[in-house]
Design a protein around this ligand. Structure first.
Ligand code: SAH
Ligand code: SF4
Length: 396
């Protein structure tokens, strides 16, 4: 690891107090729920069936009240209500963009806040969820990376974002309506592209995604879940094996020199190591291709030579290259590449045989676009000079 600039910033890590009082059902794995029910007095022989029943109420029907679980006896419902709760994070505010994007400011235990964004498109509805408050990494073009306060979200807080969005969209099946009978889903896809580095909170993200994929509940296919990582190399194979979802990687630079500045985790795991694990991912996870995210920064990583180097580096990896026009945020030390430049870059990638969609910025008017998320409660914002210095740049 290089000694010059820190990969992780001077973060304040919040100690997690063990929860007291009733246990929240949301976020427990099936095994965890079974153990908790037995612990609360449910006979072992019945525990599996109870898990199935409660699971369906919570994750298929969206029920938050034990009283409504009509296939359980009244006495058992009352017992459950004494020992457990069913809670999802609270929505503090909801903003709707002119383009229909919805940004939720979500409060989690301890009063911390994260953001969740719903992006409706013609053929799908994507929910962008957060996995940490802030981020310990310091990518120089990312607003979230300037937030100093960091804590990992719990599985309940991660899957809870899906549930609160379904609440807001009114998307729990009506009584009597079975799975798949309610027409196309408003919330059909998940991207772990909100605040935080999901692979620095691996177990919680894995457990939450397993809950989201469970066929008796929210039932989203693993192909409709995309996890985006800045390149935490040792956890990538684990993602394939233990989650099996689609992978996106924040690539952004085609030489170690550029990528060290943009995505400082590259100093820890440089391009060669990253590419090696990426090469193995599609086979390991049985997914078709990897998404390479590439933010277009004027004069920094957007030349024809960059585009050519990119296609050379990824040769042989089934891939799609998602070009993201840089989204501005206050004091950002970069500018978005000109449109002609982005198109020229896209053409080179396209001619090399890769899909190279240019991601249309969504929800910019409400600061909901990629890399703009940062909770308003956290005001210890770094100044432009500090950010630029960390990235080894001269402020413009
Ligand atoms: N921490 C993870 C996931 C969250 S970021 C990761 O880095 O992959 C989601 C995507 O938005 C990443 O590709 C990130 O590099 C990109 N991004 C961050 N800031 C951005 C900005 N200001 N403009 C455009 N894209 C940005
Ligand atoms: Fe963290 Fe991702 Fe932002 Fe980098 S781009 S600072 S890893 S959230």
């Amino acid at each position: 690891m290089s000694a010059e600039a820190p990969i992780t910033q001077d973060v304040v890590t919040i100690p997690r107090k063990l929860p007291e009082g009733p246990v929240n059902i949301v976020g427990l794995t099936r095994d965890g729920l079974r153990a908790a029910l037995i612990d609360a007095g449910t006979p072992e022989k019945q525990a599996r069936m109870r898990v199935d029943q409660i699971w369906q109420w919570v994750y298929f029907r969206g029920v938050r009240d034990f009283g409504a679980m009509t296939n359980l006896s009244k006495a058992y419902r009352a017992d459950l209500a004494e020992r457990f709760v069913i809670v999802v994070p609270e929505v503090v505010s909801r903003e709707v963009s002119a383009d229909g994007t919805r940004k939720y400011l979500v409060r989690i235990a301890g009063g911390h806040e994260v953001e969740t964004v719903y992006i409706p498109e013609e053929d799908r509805g994507t929910l962008c969820i957060s996995s940490q408050v802030g981020c310990t990494l310091t990518c120089s073009f990312c607003h979230t990376g300037t937030q100093k306060l960091v804590r990992n979200l719990t599985p309940g807080e991660i899957v809870g974002q899906i549930m609160l969005a379904r609440d807001d969209l009114g998307e729990w099946p009506e009584p009597g309506v079975g799975s798949g009978e309610a027409g196309p889903r408003l919330l059909s896809n998940i991207v772990l592209m909100g605040m935080g580095e999901p692979l620095y909170n691996f177990e919680a993200v894995r457990d939450a995604m397993r809950i989201a994929m469970d066929g008796e509940g929210i039932s989203l296919s693993r192909r409709r879940i995309t996890l985006s990582t800045s390149g935490v190399v040792p956890e990538i194979a684990r993602t394939a094996e233990e989650i099996g979802c689609m992978l996106a990687v924040s690539f952004h630079g085609t030489t170690d020199e550029i990528r060290n500045k943009l995505v400082p985790i590259n100093k820890r795991w440089p391009l060669a190591e990253l590419l090696e694990v990426l090469r193995a991912y599609p086979k390991l996870s049985n997914s078709e291709r990897i998404t390479f995210e590439y933010v277009m920064l004027k004069g920094v990583n957007d030349s024809d030579a960059d585009a050519r180097r990119l296609v050379k580096l990824i040769a042989g990896i089934p891939a799609k290259i998602n070009l993201i026009p840089f989204n501005e945020w206050p004091s950002a030390p970069y500018e978005r590449s000109d449109w002609d430049r982005i198109e020229a870059f896209a053409n080179i990638v396209h001619r090399a045989g890769y899909a190279s969609p240019i991601r249309t910025p969504r929800g910019e008017d409400i600061m909901a676009a990629c890399g703009q998320l940062k909770s308003a409660t956290e005001r210890a914002r770094k100044g432009r000079t500090e950010i630029a210095a960390e990235a080894g740049l001269t402020p413009r």
